[in-house]
Design a protein around this ligand. Structure first.
Ligand SMILES: C[S@@+](CC[C@H](N)C(=O)[O-])C[C@H]1O[C@@H](n2cnc3c(N)ncnc32)[C@H](O)[C@@H]1O
Length: 190
């Protein structure tokens, strides 16, 4: 990873941590699905005093402060309603079964789901988002589905189909200028 990439990643995690932690009360059981290298989970664990934290992804990763566990990408290895707050940050558009993952998140989440996705409200947003993801796919071998992206209304519909209701949405500034902005969706079991 170049120093520039590392700096962008660091800045992105800082921005997301600052926004997500406002929606995570202390003492909760937390779940990060699609946790990647575990950096965001570690930052949120440091700032939200969780009772417990699980971090899952398709491949395992180990940091000194967080262990990311591998699972099959389909069935979350968790009991029903066994986590209070779950989040999926920049994950759903990479999933081959986005609807299935949302239903699994509904099954295991008792209190709140936080979704971070690329904001897609205009043709300009779509151009930037798909352009950036083609570059990321080539550089980092991280396939995505253009159909994974949608607008606020589209996310509200997808989440409702999985049994969540959206209680708020927030725009999140991009980590560096010219990058697409993110959308933070705060949802609760319906
Ligand atoms: C762009 S990375 C985001 C990593 C991390 N959430 C972050 O914000 O830094 C997308 C991640 O989603 C994971 N992913 C893709 N499909 C998944 C699935 N069905 N379940 C869990 N993770 C998945 C990928 O392996 C990858 O680590």
């Amino acid at each position: 990873m170049t120093r520039l990439e590392a700096a962008i990643r660091e800045r992105r995690v800082g921005v997301l941590c600052e926004r997500l932690r406002r929606h995570i009360p202390p003492g909760r059981r937390l779940l990060d699905v699609g946790a990647g290298d575990g950096r965001l989970a570690a930052a949120l664990a440091r700032t939200t005093a969780p009772r417990a934290l699980r971090a899952l992804d398709l491949a395992a990763a180990r940091r000194e402060d967080v262990e990311v566990e591998a699972y099959d990408g389909r069935r979350l290895p968790l009991e029903d309603r066994s986590v209070d707050v779950a989040w999926v940050a920049s994950v759903l558009h990479h999933c081959d079964d986005l609807t299935g993952l949302l239903r699994e998140l509904r099954r295991v989440t008792a209190e709140r789901l936080l979704v971070v996705e690329d904001r897609l409200e205009s043709a300009w947003d779509r151009l930037r988002v798909t352009g950036l993801h083609h570059v990321i796919e080539g550089a980092l071998d991280m396939p995505f589905s253009p159909r994974g992206f949608t607008s606020r209304r589209g996310w509200a519909r997808r989440l409702a189909e999985a049994g969540f209701r959206v209680v708020a949405t927030e725009d999140v500034a991009p980590p560096v200028p010219l990058f697409p902005a993110n959308l933070l969706i705060i949802a609760e079991p319906a």
